[in-house]
Ligand binder design. Structure first.
Ligand code: KIV
Ligand code: ZN
Length: 551
């Protein structure tokens, strides 16, 4: 890279619009949408779609609710032409859907385009030519006036052929391609020259599409360009201002949203942002961004997974895992604290919670688009205690009390840290067993018997202490109280039971019950023990011994 990039690159000149209005506006309704998947998207595929793939994607776009679909560039290839003809001849275009076709300002291409449209019911003819200084200089070697003459000529060639589409409703669209790199004054001049030919009216407006063909500036600059055009163009009321952004600086969505604030009425883009280079605008994102603000986007992405499947099958592209809304992982939480917050938010909704969606970390309810929230628990040295507890619970039915989770979490993390890798649920169980269950020293259980009379429980205990037999008895209001009393008579420093819980272990485990006990030595620090046994009373005795053995 250059030490001084200013020797090679220059900043993009801003539009002079000191009284810009768009920053104070908010979006309150959906724009008109136009999918350009079958043209702009298709143009950018390593292997362009064949006719049957295009038909499948077209049907999906219709199901999503698109009423304007750029079906192709029929003069560009036989596949494109045949696709157009099949849509029309096989009457595959619903009565309320407009077929849009793209064409350059060349007579032979315009001629062929009209042939491809005979018999269509609703048609948008989309004329374009490039207008930026670099395109004028490098590609065409033409002056501004010559470029304008090209556009005007194309507009006239189309105008002259309209009678051939008698019986069809026709809308006309013009794009000064590379608009965002064009001087706004010239973009206005050339657009108005086309308007002079087509003579749009408020009742029969033309679409003026102002593309961000290559994104070269920040999205606020595009918004300024759009607002400037909306305010300076003559007969604004006879125009549908359309946006068409690409994503070279990764702000195609932002440019579109700001462009809508700046006064545009219509948006072109593709599903999941397929398109040349870094892609076109991702229509799913803009539509769902409106939806998450409570605005009906007038597109239906209620089964986004199915739409993604069709898209991937037809285009051979894959939707990146982190693509907003559509990506595989966008409703998956890996972090324990995120999972905890999401679960609390979902539980609050279950209980009735606030009327509006307000679940931490989830911008929308994934089920609204046919998706589901997922948790992935992977325990590594960065994981919280929640992940450890979750794996033990889901894989082995081991329900650690919250306080025990707090004690065992750091113990497990330290071991995992030493291993330097992620660990499985089974490995965590082994760690737990080693730390709590398999603790035979110094105390080991030999026998424990109780008898109960008049609410008093007496116990007789046989133990080994460092391999030497020890026996004592005790009494209390329950077996554990009796055991604790017995220990005190045997000269063991006093302690009390601070916490106790137990549950059955899942089928298949060798022992049927597990008990967790927290003991609090007089003047000492509380600690947990755990024991398993087929007998729940013995499981809790073993848990006390485990806690003592862990001192
Ligand atoms: O990106 C672009 O400018 C285009 C035009 C043809 C509208 O695709
Ligand atoms: Zn494009």
């Amino acid at each position: 890279m250059l030490k001084d990039p200013s020797q090679k690159y220059r900043p993009f000149p801003p539009v002079v619009l000191p009284d810009r209005q768009w920053p104070n506006r908010v979006l309150t309704r959906a724009p008109r949408w136009c999918s350009v998947d079958l043209r702009d998207g298709n143009q950018a595929l390593a292997v362009p779609m064949n006719v049957s793939q295009k038909l499948e994607l077209f049907t999906t776009l219709v199901k999503c609710g698109f009423k304007e679909i750029e079906v192709g560039f029929p003069s560009a290839s036989n596949t494109e032409f045949t696709f157009n003809r099949r849509l029309i001849d096989e009457q595959r275009v619903p009565a309320d859907v407009w077929m849009q076709v793209l064409v350059q300002a060349r007579e032979d291409l315009i001629e062929r385009t009209f042939e491809s449209l005979v018999g269509a019911k609703k048609v948008i003819i989309h004329l374009y030519n490039s207008t930026s200084p670099a395109q004028r200089r490098v590609v065409f070697g033409k002056s501004k006036d010559e470029i304008k003459a090209m556009a005007v000529n194309g507009a006239k060639l189309i105008q002259a052929r309209l009678p051939r589409l008698r019986g069809a409703e026709v809308r006309l669209q013009y794009s000064p391609e590379s608009f965002s790199m064009t001087e706004v004054e010239f973009a206005k001049e050339i657009s108005e020259a086309v308007m002079d030919v087509w003579q749009p009216t408020p009742e029969r407006p033309m679409i003026l599409n102002l593309p961000d063909t290559v994104e070269v500036a920040m999205p606020n600059v595009y918004a300024d360009q759009i607002e400037w055009m909306c305010r300076h163009l003559k007969r604004r009321d006879a125009l549908v201002i359309s946006l068409h952004t690409h994503n070279d600086r990764s702000t195609g969505v932002a440019a579109t949203e700001l462009g809508l604030l700046a006064g545009a009425d219509r948006v072109e883009g593709t599903l999941f942002g397929n398109g040349e280079r870094t892609g076109n605008l991702d229509l799913v994102i803009v539509a769902m961004n409106l939806y998450m603000h409570g605005i009906d986007p007038k597109l239906d992405f209620g089964d986004l997974n199915a739409i993604r499947d069709v898209y991937e099958r037809c285009t051979g592209m894959t939707v990146p895992e982190r693509q907003p809304y559509g990506g595989e992982l966008v409703f998956t939480a890996f972090s324990g604290s995120h999972q905890d917050a999401i679960n609390k938010g979902l539980a609050e909704r279950e209980r009735g919670g606030p009327a509006h969606w307000d679940v931490p970390y989830l911008t929308i309810d994934p089920t609204d688009i046919g998706r589901e929230y997922r948790e992935v628990i992977r325990v590594n040295s960065q994981s919280g205690k929640g992940g450890v507890a979750y794996l033990l619970e889901t894989e082995f039915g081991i329900l650690l009390p919250k306080e025990l989770q707090r004690e065992f979490g750091p113990i497990a993390n330290e071991i995992v840290d030493r291993l330097g890798r992620e660990v499985s649920g089974a490995e965590l169980k082994t760690m737990f067993w080693r730390e709590y269950i398999e603790r035979p020293q110094p105390w080991a259980l030999q026998g424990f018997e109780t008898e109960s009379k008049d609410g008093v429980v007496k116990c007789r205990v046989k133990l080994l202490r460092d391999g030497q037999p020890v026996a004592f008895s005790g009494e209390g209001n329950g077996p554990l109280a009796a055991l604790v009393h017995g220990f005190s008579t045997a000269g063991v420093p006093r302690f009390e039971i601070a916490n106790y819980s137990e549950h059955a272990l899942s089928a298949g485990e060798e022992a049927s019950a597990i008990a967790y006990i927290q003991i609090k030595p007089a003047g000492g620090k509380s600690r947990w023990g755990a024991g398993v046994d087929t007998n729940i009373e013995l499981a809790s005795v073993r848990a006390v011994l485990s806690a003592l053995n862990r001192s």
